[in-house]
Design a protein around this ligand. Structure first.
Ligand code: FMN
Length: 147
C-alpha cells in the first residue's frame, strides 16, 4: 500500500490507545499512532488517509479531539480519505463520538470512506469486550479493501 496513513487518538484509560495501536499494526505503517495533543493540523498535509479515534465523554468526543478537529480549516482535507472510531460503554443512551468526528472531517473536505465505527468497553476504565480486537482487525481489512 503506497498511501500514507496516520492514526490519531485520545485516551484516558488506554483502551482507545490499544485500538489505535492495533489499527496502525494492521496497516503496517511501521509507525505508532499519534496522540491528538502531539500533532498539528498542518502535519495532516503529509498523509493520504486520516483515522481518528476518541472515547465518548459526555456523549461527545474528548475536548482535546474536538478542539483539534475544529481547528482544521474548511477545505484543508480535500483529496484525503478519512475514517473514525470511538470507544463507549453499552448504555441505552451512550451518545456518539465517531459520527461527530466524521462530520467534522467531512466539513474539512475529507472523504469518509467507511461508516464511523464503535468499539465497546466493559466499564469506564475498560477493558475492551472480548472480540473487539478481532473487530478492529476486520474493520481495517474493510478499509484497505475500499482504498
Ligand atoms: C467523564 C466520563 C464520561 C463518559 N461519558 C460517556 C458517554 O457519554 N457515553 C459512553 O458510551 N461512555 C461514556 N464514558 C465511558 C468512556 O467512553 C470510556 O471510559 C472510554 O471508552 C474508555 O476509553 P479510554 O480507555 O481510551 O479512555 C464516559 C467516561 C468518563 C470518564
Amino acid at each position: 500500500m503506497s498511501e500514507r496513513v496516520i492514526v490519531i487518538y485520545d485516551s484516558t484509560f488506554g483502551n482507545t490507545k490499544i485500538i489505535a495501536e492495533t489499527i496502525s499494526g494492521e496497516f503496517k505503517t511501521g509507525t505508532k499512532p499519534v496522540h491528538v495533543s502531539e500533532i498539528s493540523v498542518e502535519a495532516l498535509s503529509d498523509f493520504d488517509i486520516i483515522i481518528v479515534g476518541s472515547p465518548i465523554i459526555g456523549w461527545k468526543p474528548t475536548e482535546k479531539t474536538q478542539l483539534f478537529l475544529d481547528s482544521i480549516k474548511a477545505g484543508m482535507l480535500t483529496g484525503k480519505k478519512a475514517a473514525t472510531f470511538d470507544t463507549r460503554v453499552k448504555l441505552f443512551i451512550h451518545g456518539d463520538a465517531a459520527k461527530k468526528m466524521a462530520e467534522k472531517l467531512k466539513n474539512a473536505g475529507a472523504e469518509i470512506i467507511i461508516d464511523p465505527q464503535p468499539f465497546y468497553v466493559k466499564g469506564k476504565e475498560g477493558p475492551l469486550y472480548d472480540g473487539e480486537i478481532d473487530g478492529v482487525k476486520s474493520w481495517v481489512k474493510k478499509i484497505i479493501a475500499l482504498l
